[in-house]
Design a protein. Structure first.
Length: 419
């Protein structure tokens, strides 16, 4: 049975097309049930994220034209709209691809950990839908094990490579326990949302979202169990903030030295950590002159991010070596599956011979034959029956000079020269 990957990702397709090919979670089971009905598709799973949509299929699926036709019909697109952006991987290429994806080596942000959870979700949905068979099930399990080994044995995910992550990483160095701190995030864009996510993952005590448009602040705050304020109310709440992260599109500073100085006095000079991720800046540079304020700009963090990215790139080289080994292990398992039916048939044949000989030995015992004679009869008859067919086939091999078959038999039965 073959294994096929068909898909597109952030490297091959623009976001406008990736959006149109994505499968919402509520449609995945229906899509899986439709896919499994296609000719030569015996197993299937779908991975669909904002950065990629991939079909993993098991069966005689070397011809992927029916899959492309199905995508066009399912997503109401013309083939020419998306086909040039597709890639395919088969067999060992699919195995390597899945291992790399799960390990974060094929992600927009090298080494990001979210993709592993998304792959586990794809596996779970396919398993519940009943569209996984032995091969894909084993491949997913091996994929998760390979990704875990990469993360355990390399530093692929240990260094932050986004300014939002770096900002939260710095906050963790300054404050021992984020669970006792209050954070005010200014803005409601992607960077602020990512910062909020990282803060919540690190169990921030209290989260406040401030934005010029209250509805946007409220919608974002709801996602993270925080609460929203209008930007005009910021000065009233600033003294509560142990952490301030700002990222807006304002052309003028939002926080001046005077307002921050007043907040520090109200806090009785309890330290405040501030990060300005905006360009142009949201926080006046003079704020850095205040005692008990730790102010970082996007440039400060960018240097950290670039250094950490180089570290991840070095770790990625080690990860590729691990994946080489894991691919070889899975291919060995896959090749072994070809012998399973033969092993099962051979065992069944041997067990049938055993049962037949044992029945005859028991009959001899009931007929009064002494136990020792019955055992000798059993041993001789069983030996003769087990070796009869192989011996006859080897004899024929000798007659027709099938030296390859004779050599294979010596290896199979581990016969030493002179034995």
């Amino acid at each position: 049975m073959g294994i096929l990957t068909l898909g597109l990702n952030h490297n091959t397709a623009p976001v406008s097309l990736r959006e149109r090919l994505a499968f919402p979670a509520e449609r995945l089971r229906q899509a899986l049930h439709a896919l499994i009905q296609l000719p030569n598709v015996d197993e299937v799973a779908i991975l669909s994220t904002c950065n990629r949509t991939e079909l993993y299929c098991g069966g005689e699926t070397q011809n992927h034209e029916p899959l492309i036709d199905w995508i066009a019909h399912e997503q109401r697109l013309q083939r020419e709209e998306f086909q040039p952006f597709l890639y395919t991987h088969t067999d060992s290429e699919t195995i390597r691809h899945m291992f790399r994806v799960a390990s974060g080596l094929d992600s927009m942000i090298l080494g990001e950990p979210q993709i592993l959870g998304q792959m586990k979700s794809a596996y779970q949905i396919a398993a519940e839908a009943g569209t996984l068979g032995k091969t894909l099930c084993k491949l997913f399990q091996h994929t998760f094990a390979a990704a875990k080994k990469v993360r355990t044995d390399t530093a692929i995910g240990s260094s932050p490579v986004s300014v939002a992550f770096a900002a939260v990483g710095l906050a963790r160095r300054i404050f021992d326990d984020l669970g006792r701190q209050t954070a005010i995030l200014i803005g409601a864009g992607e960077t602020i949302e990512l910062t909020a996510r990282h803060l919540v993952e690190n169990r921030i005590g209290e989260l406040i979202i401030a934005n010029r448009t209250y509805d946007k602040a409220h919608a974002l705050a709801q996602q993270f169990n925080g609460f929203a304020i209008c930007l005009s109310e910021l000065s009233k709440h600033l003294a509560r903030a142990d952490i301030v992260v700002s990222s807006t599109a304002s052309s003028l500073p939002i926080l001046g030295k005077g307002s921050v100085e007043s907040a520090i006095k109200a806090r009785k000079h309890k330290p405040m950590f501030m990060v300005d991720l905006a360009v142009p800046r949201d926080i006046e540079p003079e704020v850095e002159q205040l005692r008990d304020v730790y102010l970082y700009t996007v440039d400060d963090l960018r240097n950290t991010v670039e250094e950490n990215l180089r570290s991840r790139q070095e770790a990625a080289k080690q990860a590729e070596e691990i994946i080489d080994v894991e691919v070889a292990h899975f291919l060995a398992w896959l090749r072994a599956q070809g012998a399973i039916r033969t092993i099962r048939d051979f065992r069944s044949q041997a067990e049938a011979i055993r049962d037949d000989v044992l029945a005859k030995a028991k009959l001899a015992l009931r007929g009064g034959k002494p136990p020792e004679e019955a055992l000798e009869f059993l041993a001789n008859l069983l030996t003769n029956k087990l070796i009869h067919t192989p011996s006859a086939q080897l004899n024929q091999a000798g007659v027709f000079e099938r030296h390859d078959l004779i050599a294979a038999a010596r290896e199979l039965f581990q016969l030493k020269d002179g034995s």
